[in-house]
Every structure is written in structure tokens, then in C-alpha cells.
Design a protein around this ligand. Structure first.
Ligand SMILES: [Zn+2]
Length: 414
């Protein structure tokens, strides 16, 4: 008996303590979203970042009016998005046609994932003030789409009021809404828990253990694809692509069609945040044909494009840029996504953290929260994930944005 007790005290007990300590440490790390950003920055761009959707839209409209003083035929159109709770949601479109030769068109869109519109609109505003020069506009038209998902921007959700992810909802092929995501039912329970959100429950504190168990059973690339691809079956689930095009997608069709019509070359950049290495601007297109790939490599020479050849990559159905490309199949089209990384989701811990934040927010939106504190914390986490408050982060991503525009615009318009 004594021997057994001794084995327990000197053998198993410390081991259990170490395991518990490690689990506690990892769970605290897992819940912590703070980063000591120390990126090298030399300028202050923080004034471009908006406080809310309304201010951002006001700035966008003012800037468009300013541009109409300088350039010919500048147009601003606001399209209302129907809502059950909010009568002031618009997608705003600024179009500046090429002033002499209609050779190239640049499309820059923000807020396809509503809450990502804070950063996307900051980039648009910066672009409008810095890059819309008479030289550029001589042979290049510019179409700026502000807040494709204004509901999500205003109410800090990724998705629309109908829970639809617009980057899974934009049709470029027939039968999009009948697409079967074979892997999704397998991850359904993990990513769509039932009941109200209790952030401090054991299941949430140790979410990473549950998730790692799933990764062990499948594999990270398989799970990533199943989760992120988009699904058309579960209307309250994560990454729901809808049953029909959302109203703004239908409304944007003729605008995009007419704007693209006169041009030979079209570069469409859709602005996103939340995926990838923190502070890094990722170039992240959906897979392209070999010719398109070569064109893109030339345009972005000197930068690393995240092609679909790494484990971190996933493909989506119903993406917004692909939808634009399909409107005019004959054009020389350059479809691109800019992704500004926030939580190091290229690593397992970061990607689990990201998905956990999305799970809790979606669960809370549909099922409610156990406490007001849970609601505040979960919403704050989601906002921070897509709109980091770190000024160092904000300045660093803008510096990279300035650099890439400076490099690619002359190439694109030459
Ligand atoms: Zn996004």
C-alpha cells in the first residue's frame, strides 16, 4: 500500500500537475489576443482608419465628390440593401472612367465580409487620396465599391443579415447554391455548437483540445477545406453561402457589367482581413488557369503570391472576384485578394483561435449569450480579429499597401 502511495506522490501526481499546468497555460495563451507588435514603420496612416460604418461611408462620399471636381464624369451611386432592422444600409459605388483611352480598369472593393470593411475602406480612402492622379486616369478607369456588406460592417459581423457569407454567395457558375460540401457535415458539430454561449465553459476553455482531436482524426488541410470552402445547406451555420444571390450581388451585376465593358484589361482587388500571418499583406487569389497565373506572376513580380500549393491554402466557391471575372469572360482579367493577416492563422494555434472566435460569435448571434459579459467579450474578440486596434499593425499594413500599389500600378497601366 505504501509503495503504491509513494508511486502516486512521486510519479503520477507530479505528472498530472505538469499536464494540468500545461493545459492551463495553453488555455490562457489560447484566450489571449494580445500581440507585442513591433513592425518597422516610418509613417502614420492611422487617420485613414474609420470609427464606424457611417463615418467611413461619409468619407467615401466626400472623397468621390472631391474627385468629381478634378476629373470628368465621376459618378457616385448608393444602393440600399433591404433589412428588417436597419433602413440606412447602402453599398456605395464610385466610378471614375478613364479620361482619354479606355484601356484598363481597376476595381477595388471593401467589406464583402462586413466587419473587414474597417480596414478595406481605409485602404480605399488612402488609394483615392494618393493614387488617383491624372497620369493614372488617362488610360485607366477606377471602380471603387464601398461596403459590399454594409449590415456586417455596421453591426460587426462577417456575414449579411441573412447569415450569408458574400464571398461564398457570388455566383460565377450555374448550380452554385446546390454545391455539396462533402466535408462540412463532419465538422458541423464542432463549429456550430447548440445553446447559449458560455465563454468560460470547459468546452470553450479547452476548445483547442477538441479541435486537435478532430485534426488527429482527419488532417488539417482536409478540415480547413471542409470548413472554409463554403456550404449551402445550413442557414445558421458558419460559411453559409445562401440559397440565392443576396440583394446587393444582384444589384451590382449591371454596374460591374457596364463599367467593365469598354476596357481590355481588368484588375480586381478585393480587400480582406483576418487570414494569415499577423501584419503581413498576403496576395491570395483563388486558383487560376495557367495563363492567368503567368500574367499575375508578372504583375506581382517581386512579391510572393499564395498559390494553392501549400497546406495552408483552401479554395472557395462563390467568391466575389470570381463572380466579377465571369461577368465578362473575354477580358484580360487579374483577380486578386489582399488579405491582411491578424492572428497568425497560418499556424495551428492561430487558425484554431480564429475559428473559435467565429464559432462563438455565430453561436451567440443565433442562440444568445449566458451573460452580458460574454456577449461583450465575444464581440470584442471578433472585431479585434478583423480590425486590430494596434496602430503599429495599421501603419505597417498600409506601408505595404502603398509599396505594392506603387509597384504594380505602372506595370498594369503601361
Ligand atoms: Zn474576408
Amino acid at each position: 500500500m505504501k509503495v503504491i502511495r509513494r508511486i502516486f506522490w512521486w510519479g503520477i501526481f507530479p505528472l498530472v500537475l505538469i499536464i494540468l499546468g500545461t493545459l492551463y497555460y495553453v488555455s490562457v495563451q489560447f484566450a489571449n489576443l494580445k500581440f507585442d507588435d513591433n513592425f518597422p514603420v516610418s509613417k502614420d496612416y492611422t487617420a485613414f482608419f474609420p470609427d464606424n460604418y457611417q463615418d467611413s461611408r461619409n468619407d467615401f462620399q466626400h472623397l468621390t465628390r472631391d474627385l468629381s471636381q478634378t476629373f470628368q464624369n465621376v459618378s457616385l451611386n448608393s444602393y440600399y440593401v433591404p433589412s428588417k432592422i436597419d433602413y440606412d444600409l447602402t453599398v456605395d459605388v464610385c466610378y471614375i472612367p478613364a479620361q482619354k483611352d479606355s484601356s484598363n480598369l481597376l476595381i477595388l472593393s471593401s467589406g464583402v465580409h462586413g466587419v473587414e470593411g474597417f480596414v478595406g475602406s481605409a485602404v480605399q480612402k488612402f488609394f483615392m487620396q494618393k493614387f488617383l492622379t491624372p497620369e493614372l486616369l488617362e488610360n485607366t478607369g477606377v471602380l471603387l465599391i464601398h461596403a459590399v456588406n454594409p449590415f456586417g460592417f455596421k453591426h460587426s459581423r462577417r456575414v449579411t443579415e441573412n447569415n450569408v457569407d458574400l464571398n461564398r454567395n457570388s455566383p460565377s457558375m450555374n448550380g452554385l447554391y446546390e454545391t455539396q460540401n462533402e466535408g462540412y457535415p463532419r465538422v458541423y458539430d464542432l463549429i456550430n455548437p447548440v445553446g447559449r454561449v458560455d465563454k468560460s465553459s470547459i468546452g470553450n476553455r479547452f476548445f483547442f483540445l477538441k479541435a486537435i482531436n478532430e485534426i488527429r482524426k482527419a488532417s488539417m488541410p482536409v478540415l480547413r477545406q471542409a470548413v472554409l470552402q463554403g456550404q449551402y445547406q445550413f442557414n445558421e451555420g458558419l460559411y453559409f453561402g445562401g440559397m440565392n444571390p443576396e440583394p446587393q450581388i444582384d444589384k451590382l451585376k449591371p454596374i460591374i457589367d457596364i463599367a467593365m465593358e469598354p476596357y481590355k484589361k481588368v484588375l480586381a482587388i478585393d480587400l480582406h482581413t483576418g487570414y494569415g500571418e499577423r501584419g503581413k499583406l498576403h496576395f491570395f487569389p483563388n486558383p487560376l488557369s495557367p495563363e492567368e497565373k503567368i500574367r499575375m506572376e508578372l504583375l506581382f513580380e517581386g512579391y510572393t503570391i499564395d498559390w494553392g500549393d501549400s497546406d495552408n491554402f483552401y479554395t472557395v466557391t462563390g467568391d466575389f472576384v470570381g463572380f466579377m471575372a465571369a461577368r465578362h469572360p473575354g477580358k484580360e482579367f487579374y483577380p486578386m485578394l489582399f488579405e491582411y493577416g491578424t492572428l497568425n492563422s497560418q499556424k495551428t494555434m492561430g487558425s484554431l483561435k480564429s475559428i473559435h472566435i467565429m464559432i462563438l460569435e455565430n453561436q451567440g448571434y443565433h442562440n444568445g449569450y449566458m451573460s452580458a459579459e460574454d456577449s461583450v467579450l465575444v464581440k470584442a474578440d471578433l472585431l479585434e480579429m478583423y480590425y486590430p486596434q494596434s496602430e503599429n499593425w495599421q501603419n505597417y499594413i498600409m506601408e505595404q499597401t502603398e509599396d505594392v500599389f506603387q509597384t504594380i500600378l505602372p506595370r498594369f497601366t503601361e
